[in-house]
Design a protein around this ligand. Structure first.
Ligand SMILES: Cc1cc2nc3c(=O)[nH]c(=O)nc-3n(C[C@H](O)[C@H](O)[C@H](O)COP(=O)(O)OP(=O)(O)OC[C@H]3O[C@@H](n4cnc5c(N)ncnc54)[C@H](O)[C@@H]3O)c2cc1C
Ligand SMILES: *[C@@H]1O[C@H](CO)[C@@H](O)[C@H](O)[C@H]1NC(C)=O
Ligand SMILES: *[C@@H]1O[C@H](CO)[C@@H](O)[C@H](O)[C@H]1NC(C)=O
Length: 505
């Protein structure tokens, strides 16, 4: 850390991911105003007389519940800002924002954003599972853009030409965009990278003390933007010996049923055999891959198809579980490179029951109990255990942690939190304890496009424009919880093939 930290600021944001960057942009004095022209006439009429979007009262979105136009998965304030920033984004190609960010420096609030990632961008900065950096993101580029400097502008700056429509940029490109963002919009003086925060505690009634190494920083408002993805759930201890093998000439054991598992499979050499153990319960707990549109996300849809074929075969009593009719298999040749029939073995709801490392120390024999109770033994040269990511809030003092998270026993995985952990409290109010706000994926709305409402809300409160009695964020209906996937990515985006929109014009 080259620059010294200040002794005192109004607001301390913990994290340097997309949500921290949006909030910092606003706290610099960029105030969002409604420009007018939304196609929802009721919403337009409510906003037109009060264009300052800090004034986010519940009557603005009260009618969302009864309208098919709006998502019921995100918090209403996030749905609101999303539809103003990207009206008709799901049906229109070049949807233009109805929000104008006006710089009003007098309203700026002194703040810092402190993140432990070496660049700004939060979870985008690193790639803790062994997936390729070149895999396209789930979101189209415009859904990953931050205010004041869009992904498309960054693309033009980098490549000297305009970005094509419907870009799903690679992880590397998104990381590069978020790393460049602070300077591009002039907020870099408030942002610290490679800065790990620990033991935040209350400072009497005055605010908080934030410890960074031996430095103590005091602030009045605390905003937690630390996300839900910093901890990769580790394999159970008995699998650890397999996890430490790195023989890529022997088959790879992949355990997991979501995007990360698919990413690993896509990134593995097509010649390497994959033994894939996954959870299969399409009715009650479908894999998030299920929603992926075949044309928009061919690679994910392709992996899902192989999982499904394996599940069909397994329930039909085929003991090998991986050899459906050849014709069926061939149809799904999204990856001409991989010979699925020979290089992929899908084992739904199977379980590793024993592990023996071979004498050469290079491979292991794993005993797997299949769905039908029969056991098989497979030789493997490595393990990718990708069942999800969580976060810790051990950077808060024990008493602050219990104010924020509740007692340690209140989550299924003690100490680890997911998108569900704070969701019901986020629905009440994003100020989850006096002076403490949560934004970004911590709120349970993990997509970048759904970070804006929370950031505007927190900024409005911090800047003192919004009164305490103003909007809690009531849920639209009772099923919000159920719509949050175990890995925290709401995937309503994934059902769409946005390219169709131009094709059908
Ligand atoms: C593999 C993957 C793919 C995804 N793809 C998409 C996508 O295509 N589109 C989309 O919209 N969303 C996607 N997401 C969802 C993701 O939540 C958002 O993209 C976004 O990163 C959320 O931003 P955030 O600011 O809430 O938190 P994060 O980006 O998670 O950033 C939080 C940061 O805080 C840091 N931190 C934690 N504790 C401390 C501490 N004590 N001190 C300092 N720093 C700390 C963390 O290390 C992290 O760097 C994806 C998530 C994953 C895991
Ligand atoms: C969207 O806007 C870009 C840049 O102005 C333009 O090049 C592109 O053709 C537009 N696409 C459509 C489908 O209108
Ligand atoms: C960052 O701080 C947290 C909370 O004190 C701690 O658990 C973690 O190990 C630290 N990480 C690093 C890289 O120092």
């Amino acid at each position: 850390m080259v620059r010294p930290l200040p002794e005192q600021v109004d607001t301390c944001i913990i994290g340097n991911g997309p949500s921290a960057l949006i909030l910092s942009y606003i706290l610099h004095g960029h105030i969002p105003y409604y420009k007018g022209g939304h196609q929802d006439e009721l919403l337009d009429s409510k906003l037109i007389g009060r264009r300052d979007l800090f004034d986010l009262s519940p009557d603005l979105y009260a009618h969302f519940q009864s309208s098919l136009r709006y998502s019921t998965q995100a918090l209403p304030i996030n749905t609101l800002l999303d539809t103003l920033l990207r009206p008709n984004a799901d049906t229109e190609v070049n949807s233009t924002s109805l929000v104008e960010w006006k710089l009003e420096p007098r309203r700026a609030v002194s703040h810092v954003a402190l993140g432990n990632a070496p660049h700004t961008g939060g979870q985008w900065v690193d790639n803790p599972v062994s997936a390729s950096w070149e895999i396209g993101t789930l979101s189209y580029a415009e859904m990953l853009s931050l205010p004041g400097y869009s992904f498309a502008e960054h693309y033009s700056r980098r490549h000297g030409k305009q970005m094509a429509d419907f870009q799903r940029p690679s992880r590397t490109e998104v990381a590069d965009y978020y790393a460049a963002y602070p300077e591009a919009v002039g907020i870099e003086s408030s942002i610290w990278t490679s800065t790990n925060v620990s033991s935040i505690s209350r400072d009497g009634a005055k605010g908080f003390i934030v410890n960074v190494g031996s430095h103590a920083l005091r602030c009045k408002h605390l905003v937690l933007a630390t996300g839900i993805f910093s901890v990769v759930i580790p394999p159970p201890r008995f699998l650890a010996p397999v996890a430490s093998l790195h023989n890529d000439r022997a088959p790879l054991l992949v355990i997991g049923s979501g995007f990360s598992a698919a990413d690993v499979i896509i990134s593995t050499s097509p010649r390497r055999r994959i033994i894939h153990i996954f959870h299969w319960d399409p009715e009650n707990r479908p894999s998030p891959l299920k929603g992926c549109h075949r044309h928009a996300y061919p690679e994910y849809a392709g992996v899902y198809r192989q999982m499904k074929l394996s599940a069909i075969a397994a329930t039909k009593g085929n003991l090998n579980g991986h050899a459906p009719a050849p014709g069926l298999r061939r149809k799904s040749s999204y990856f001409p490179g991989r010979d699925w029939e020979n290089a992929y073995e899908g084992l739904p709801n199977a379980e590793v029951v024993d592990v023996k490392v071979d004498p050469d120390g290079d491979t292991a024999q794993v005993t797997i109990r299949q769905l039908d109770g029969a056991t098989i033994i497979r030789t493997v040269g490595g393990l990718e255990y990708v069942v999800g990511r969580r976060a810790e809030m051990n950077y808060l003092s024990p008493s602050l942690q219990s104010e924020v998270v509740g007692s340690p026993g209140s989550t299924s995985t003690p100490g680890l939190i997911s998108g569900k952990t704070l969701r019901s409290r986020a629905e009440e109010d994003l100020e989850i304890a006096p002076g403490v706000f949560i934004i970004g994926s911590l709120t349970g709305d993990s997509l970048v496009r759904h970070a804006f409402g929370g950031c505007v809300y927190a900024a409005g409160r911090i800047m003192g424009t919004m009164s305490k009695s103003a909007p809690p964020t009531p849920k639209l209906d009772g099923k919000v919880e159920a719509d949050i996937r175990p890995n925290g990515i709401a995937h309503e985006d994934l059902h769409l093939d946005r390219r169709k929109m131009v094709q059908t014009r």
